[in-house]
Ligand binder design. Structure first.
Ligand SMILES: [Zn+2]
Length: 259
């Protein structure tokens, strides 16, 4: 197993810890609120152990595949499914579907990850990949990616009204909830992604263009770093410290950073 370098205190979550989180910490009300204006039924998805190689033995064969959760009657059902799989990651599908399952739109989102930042210490993504550290990141990269997120927010707020920032456990996501953005064509999305990159932001083009439509579920556990996926206001973002902020610390870490 490759161990990635991570900021102090960040580490993989064990199965028992995932279980504890989704039994006691997982805030379903907050999840329901996140989807307050969603048109249609949300499709959830989990990945059990693709990166961590930590999975319940009975799901060994399916540890790396994406498992869709779309047959549920309420969020409590979804939680029970998650508790069955004990995944390293929980996502939702940004596609909006009607009752027949036809796609009617897609939430627009931007994904900023620390590995895409060129670090004065660890170098470029290519440097990191050469050392099998494509998913590793350091505290400095985390700080730099936060500054970029602030910058991207200020860039996007000129074009959109309803922006939501989410700490993903590694980097940050910006979700665009303006109703008209759901109807953007694939070409328009690609154009936006290119414009944002040309403006100097290190986003994942696949997420914004819509090719990669899964995005981490807010309030779920990022099992690669043992942090809660956390929505933040723009003001909170400025002072947010992902290493120590208690709201991002699952209870199994003791709710306080002892490092
Ligand atoms: Zn670094």
């Amino acid at each position: 197993m490759v161990q990635y370098y991570l900021p102090v205190g960040m580490r993989y979550s064990a199965l028992e810890e995932r279980k504890r989180f989704y039994t006691s910490d997982f805030n379903l009300q907050a999840v329901a609120q996140w989807f307050g204006n969603w048109q249609g039924k949300v499709r959830f998805a989990v990945i059990i152990g693709r990166h961590t190689k930590i999975y319940p033995e009975k799901y060994k064969e399916d540890a790396s595949v994406t498992i869709v959760i779309d047959e549920y009657s309420n969020l409590e059902d979804v939680r029970q499914e998650i508790l069955e799989f004990l995944p390293e990651a929980v996502y939702y599908d940004r596609n909006v579907y009607d009752e027949t399952g036809a796609k009617t739109g897609q939430e627009l989102a931007f994904d900023l990850d620390p590995e895409n930042i060129t670090c004065p210490i660890h170098g470029t993504l290519a440097d990191k990949m050469r050392r099998n550290q494509g998913l590793g990141f350091c505290e400095l990269e985390l700080r730099m990616v936060k500054q970029e997120t602030v910058g991207l927010y200020e860039f996007l707020v000129k074009h959109f009204d309803k922006l939501r920032v989410v700490y993903s456990g590694r980097g940050f996501h910006i979700h665009v909830l303006d109703p008209q953005s759901y109807a953007l064509s694939a070409n328009e999305r690609l154009k936006i992604a290119r414009q944002v990159k040309e403006a100097g932001f290190h986003i994942d083009e696949w997420v914004t263009s819509g090719e990669m439509r899964l995005i981490r579920l807010p309030y779920s556990l990022n099992g690669l770093v043992s942090r809660v996926v956390l929505p933040l206001t723009k003001d909170e973002l400025l002072s947010f410290d992902p290493i120590h902020d208690e709201r991002a610390l699952p209870a199994f870490l003791g709710r306080k950073a002892t490092f």
